[in-house]
Design a protein around this ligand. Structure first.
Ligand SMILES: [Zn+2]
Length: 315
């Protein structure tokens, strides 16, 4: 059985796999939680089967991260049963594969600013992800009919991207799931726009496209990166190259800078890889003319100053 959420007995909370990934890679706020020592159980209080995490520490997962029942344990509490197709002990199928785990818990809202974390152990430290409000008169186990879910808000773009990627072959699902970002409420399908379809409007969306190259400038702690996309958006019948410039300040102030640099350097070493880049914002035309053999052209640049608004997905 594969599930997106689990109960952590050490912290006495239910958490998503994305929360766990965040703890593993965070170098600033959560560095007092030793995520390696945490264990995971089924969320159902009457079940509590032991779970393991898949891809919680992988900087470039090719499968959607999740929790799964330990191979030597049977698990049939009915919380979710979508694992009929997987043979225990075999490799996890790649993202997009029929038998691959799909993220089914679609967040309703993407928070552009993370709530700063408090000291470990305080109630505020509990994840901002789904809060289950239980009926105090009920002693039955939690399930959809006797518990109500508060809005499922997240500041983790990776979670939202995995929902989109897992359901790309099912546009109806993406049409009927809604997402709010900064007062805009749109379906998942409308929020995600391929960079090649950018039409010049200043609309905040989650743009995505394959990266062509990454250029790196500077050494060690002073590294800056320029991400260049394969697809060029067409504006006024002309195609324009699109890139994202990431300053050293943006990178060095990011909580997960080591993860980000690992991903960048991995792509530089293996440029043949398919790397999809997702970012929240919109591209803008740079007010400057550049020259090539065919004449002059303009470039598009997207501004990303918070790396929580950018996700790289390796395939
Ligand atoms: Zn269970």
């Amino acid at each position: 059985m594969k599930i997106g959420k689990a109960h952590c007995p050490e912290l006495d909370i239910d958490l998503t796999i994305y929360q766990l990934r965040d703890w593993h890679f965070d170098e600033d706020e959560y560095n007092d939680i030793n995520a390696d020592n945490l264990t995971f159980l089924c969320q159902d209080i009457n079940c509590r089967a032991e779970l393991s995490d898949v891809n919680a520490t992988n900087p470039k997962p090719k499968q959607t991260p999740h929790f799964r029942t330990l191979t030597n344990e049977t698990h049939s509490c009915g919380i979710e049963d979508d694992d009929k197709l997987t043979i225990p002990g075999t490799d996890e199928p790649k993202r997009g594969h029929d038998k691959a785990y799909k993220e089914n818990e679609f967040p309703d809202e993407f928070l552009l600013k993370r709530k700063p974390s408090k000291r470990r152990g305080t109630p505020e430290d509990k994840p901002e992800q789904p809060i289950i409000i239980e009926n105090p008169n009920s002693s039955k186990p939690k399930n959809d009919s006797d518990s109500r879910q508060a809005p499922n808000r997240t500041s983790d773009l990776e979670h939202i991207v995995e929902c989109f990627l897992g359901h790309q072959d099912n546009p109806e699902t993406l049409k009927h799931k809604y997402l709010t970002i900064d007062k805009q409420r749109l379906s998942y399908r409308r929020f995600f726009v391929p960079v090649g379809y950018y039409d010049g409007r200043e609309e905040l969306r989650i743009y995505y496209g394959q990266l062509k190259t990454i250029n790196v400038y500077g050494e060690d702690k002073d590294q800056r990166f320029v991400l260049k996309f394969k697809a060029w958006p067409t504006l006024e019948d002309k195609k324009h190259p699109l890139s994202i410039y990431l300053s050293k300040n943006t990178i060095n102030s990011y909580r997960k800078r080591k993860l980000f640099k690992t991903q960048m350097l991995n792509f530089l070493e293996h440029p043949e890889q398919d790397v999809l880049c997702f970012f929240f914002g919109y591209p803008e035309l740079v007010d400057k003319n550049y020259k090539n053999k065919e004449g002059t052209y303009k470039r598009l640049e997207a501004t990303v100053t918070n790396l929580d608004h950018l996700v790289l997905c390796f395939n």
